[in-house]
Design a protein around this ligand. Structure first.
Ligand code: ADP
Length: 243
């Protein structure tokens, strides 16, 4: 039997605020297999971002366990977590988080500085990845010269720079109109499928969640429901036209 890539066991996170405490997650048991595309949905405050950040090694658990590919993040050293994030993860954010004074290709190359890609190979590799997201011709443009959808494509290309096994996306279409958001979702879905990557995505938008293979519904810090989803029912959109 194949091992899950991600496994959480009674995973909990409490935030202490002075004398009061907030239980952002209170015992989540979840398994995500390699190659799966999973959407985390739930009302605001249900613990989606906390779960994503725990799996991203950005926040430590206050209870339970979070395993990714054989590493228990709660018991890992800071150094192990830095290596884990560099070698295993790609991050995509709602607000793109691009460096404004850098060209698109330089933004894509940022993670390569940490992973030891020789400087002479970075531009070529960055342009190759930009080509995969349909922006090979925009490599020398700065973010301000690109549309929102194009900026998110650059951010997706950056998340792929070190060939991560796992991509974590926090409301990646939140700043985009619905048509551009649909194009970005179709692109993400294709990229993870073609290369066998795993994608875990937080969204409050069920239209976005419908691109996933499985939908995890969170409420009040626990898994309320797991839903298998027929992602094939959502066609890729090109210029607003299904194909
Ligand atoms: P969601 O992403 O579903 O909106 P979050 O994971 O951001 O939910 O938050 C879950 C709960 O934990 C909320 O009540 C939120 O206020 C609280 N919380 C999240 N991060 C912190 C923090 N750094 N400090 C204190 N409380 C937090």
């Amino acid at each position: 039997m194949t091992e899950p890539l991600i496994r959480t066991v009674a995973l909990a996170r409490r935030y202490q605020m002075g004398k009061s405490a907030v239980d952002a997650l209170c015992g989540v048991d979840l398994e995500i297999m390699s190659g799966e595309f999973v959407a985390l949905v739930g009302p605001s405050g249900s613990g989606k971002s906390t779960l994503l950040h725990l799996i991203g090694g950005l926040v430590r658990p206050t209870g339970g366990e979070v395993w990714v590919g054989g590493l228990e993040l709660g018991r890992s050293t800071d150094r192990q977590l830095v290596a884990y994030r560099r070698d295993t993860l790609g991050f995509i954010f709602q607000s793109f988080n691009l460096l404004p004074i850098k060209a698109a290709w330089e933004n894509v190359a940022v993670p390569m500085m940490l992973s030891g890609v020789p400087p002479a190979r970075r531009k070529g590799r960055a342009l190759e990845i930009l080509d995969q997201v349909g922006l090979g011709h925009r490599g020398d443009h700065r973010p301000a010269e690109l549309s929102g959808g194009e900026q998110q494509r650059v951010a997706i290309a950056r998340s792929l720079a070190n060939s991560p096994r796992l991509i974590l996306a926090d409301e990646p279409t939140g700043n985009l109109d619905s048509r551009t958001g649909g194009e970005i979702m179709a692109l993400l879905r294709r990229l993870v499928r073609d290369e066998g990557r795993t994608l875990l995505l937080v969204t409050h938008d069920m239209g976005v969640a419908r691109y996933a293979d499985r939908i995890v519904h969170l409420r009040d810090g626990v898994v309320e429901r797991l839903e298998l989803n027929d992602a094939a029912a959502v066609p890729d959109q090109v210029d607003g036209v299904a194909r």
